[in-house]
Design a protein around this ligand. Structure first.
Ligand SMILES: *Cc1c(COP(=O)(O)O)cnc(C)c1O
Length: 360
């Protein structure tokens, strides 16, 4: 670890395992299958293996490349592609993906055709939009469309239906929207004559499970954020029985100084086209960290130090007002942050942020 560079993320694999164990126990006690969604970690096989070995029944990822990599590196599936597929990736996807989330007849027919050609058994979960306005057939014509698709399938198995909330519209899972999904399931089961799976949740739905408020009939959760961060962005909470210290970001101080709180000179826009505003608070103690928009989403940084006020971030510099902190900082010191989901996503995908896996 001593030879590593900054900024870096410390990923505690034991805490990650702990979070998966907790979530999987909660799911399994309620008869729910857990898909561990790995998309945050950009195809890191060690992380995927830990998630799979500590209670996830399947691995889900939004990027086919990551799934192909896991498969080639011997990480146990089955694999679910959590993004509705591109037509262009289907010929490759059919080799690695076991379960597709789908939302259009044309796409299902293409999967059916290719799967038949290569004789590989894959399953599809038909997404239903219960109001969040991202993917899925609109709930009012779901039964009709899905039944029609079912009748035209020649090879692939229509395993069930699913939904997504909290993504575009920020719609929260409720008894009402889950019951909408469950009534579609019931009606389809009557038409199809077999039992359907219901993929009904992500991290934000855990709360209903904890409180015993999830209507009976949901059979699968797809969870990413809760496992990685122990937080629920849509529900706006730290999940109390999970660790929030699984992933910690570290950045190095490159300048320590005292400067006025208002700039000197005529004010234009900043490097990102924003017009800055300043309040005169007199002279302030400040540090500059060698981290910026290229590494993280600065507004999603959660300082672990008390008394940090993040003033501004540009591509490579983060300015922090430390006047309220009792500590003395020196150039070369390293400071730590927790991160929001969006910030962690940027950090994981940034080639500038070193990933260090500890414990395990
Ligand atoms: C990312 C994703 C999930 C996981 O959501 P979290 O909020 O990270 O638990 C589930 N389903 C789909 C379709 C996704 O894209």
């Amino acid at each position: 670890m001593s030879s590593s560079t900054f900024p870096r993320m410390i990923i505690d694999i034991d805490l990650l395992a702990y979070n998966v164990q907790k979530i999987s126990r909660l799911c399994h006690e309620n008869g729910i299958e857990l898909v561990g969604v790995t998309k945050l970690s950009v195809g890191n096989s060690q992380i995927a293996r830990v998630i799979r070995q500590n209670g996830a029944d399947k691995l889900g990822d939004s990027r086919l490349k990551n799934i192909a990599k896991f498969s080639q590196e011997g990480i146990a599936g089955p694999y679910q592609l959590v993004r509705i597929p591109m037509l262009s990736e289907l010929p490759m996807a059919i080799k690695y993906v076991d379960e597709f989330l789908v939302s259009m007849p044309q796409v299902v027919y293409e999967i059916d055709k290719i799967a038949r050609e290569v004789q590989r058994n894959v399953e599809v979960i038909y997404m239903v939009d219960v109001g969040d306005l991202r993917e899925g057939v609109w709930f009012e014509h779901a039964v009709e469309e899905i039944y029609e698709v079912y009748k035209n399938l020649t090879f692939v198995n229509l395993k069930g239906i699913g939904t997504n909330v909290g993504c575009y519209g920020g719609v929260l899972p409720t008894k009402e929207n889950i019951n909408t999904l469950l009534s579609i399931k019931k009606e389809l089961e009557r038409l199809l004559g077999y039992e359907l799976a219901v993929s009904g949740g992500s991290t934000v739905t855990l709360k209903m499970l904890e409180e015993g408020k999830l209507p009976k009939g949901v059979t699968q959760f797809r969870i990413g954020e809760g496992i990685f961060l122990g937080t629920d962005a849509t529900g706006d909470r730290d999940i109390p029985y999970l660790s929030q210290d699984t992933v910690i970001l570290e950045a190095e101080i490159v300048e320590v100084d005292q400067k006025p709180s208002v700039p000197v000179g005529k004010i234009g826009k900043d490097a990102f086209g924003r017009t800055p505003h300043f309040e005169n608070k007199g002279m302030r103690k400040r540090i500059i960290l060698a981290i910026g928009e290229q590494d993280v989403k600065p507004d999603g940084l959660k300082p672990i130090e008390e008394g940090f006020e993040i003033l501004h971030a540009s591509s490579d510099h983060l300015i922090v007002d430390t006047t309220k902190s009792e500590k003395t900082f020196r150039v070369g010191d390293v400071v730590k942050f927790r991160m929001s989901y969006g910030c962690a996503l940027r950090a994981f995908t940034s080639p500038h942020v070193e990933k260090v896996i500890v414990n395990g």
